[in-house]
Design a binder for this molecule. Structure first.
Ligand code: NI
Length: 139
């Protein structure tokens, strides 16, 4: 038996027109693929509302490594949260700027707390948490 179910969707013509333009712009092959993608995105957003749910976050930070004690502070925070930091990558962007990408896996509340600490570190020029997923609950 097929794992795929089909269902009909009624949409206002104008909304469908806009949806088709959106999926064309993003390069989806068809509406089904685009709808699957939207549903998965929404489900991942829901996962992040549950503090004790296991998830994956990706933190990106851009900073000037000449700023006193900044790099040490960021490293300290990562050592404090060893149990959830599963990988990190450091890229030297130019003679001043560095990009650090940190992958966190664990309970949502812990990921958020650690990410907040990293993002709020003084003199970080740019920081962002991508709320990803372990993928375990998605098809
Ligand atoms: Ni660097």
């Amino acid at each position: 038996m097929s794992r795929v179910s089909r269902f009909g969707v009624s949409l206002e013509k104008e909304l469908l027109k806009r949806f088709d333009a959106y999926i064309k712009k993003l390069g989806f092959k068809n509406r089904s693929e685009a709808i699957r993608n939207l549903i998965r995105h929404r489900l991942v957003e829901e996962e992040w509302k549950e503090e004790k749910k296991e998830s994956v976050g990706i933190v990106g930070l851009v900073y000037d490594h000449h700023r006193r004690e900044l790099q040490e502070k960021l490293t300290d925070i990562q050592h404090e949260h060893l149990s959830i930091i599963i990988a990190s990558m450091h890229v030297h962007l130019d003679e001043h700027n560095c990009l650090e990408v940190i992958v966190l896996k664990g309970k949502v509340d812990l990921i958020k707390k650690t990410a907040d600490q990293l993002l709020a570190t003084r003199n970080v020029k740019y920081g962002k948490l991508i709320m990803a997923t372990t993928g375990a609950n998605l098809v």
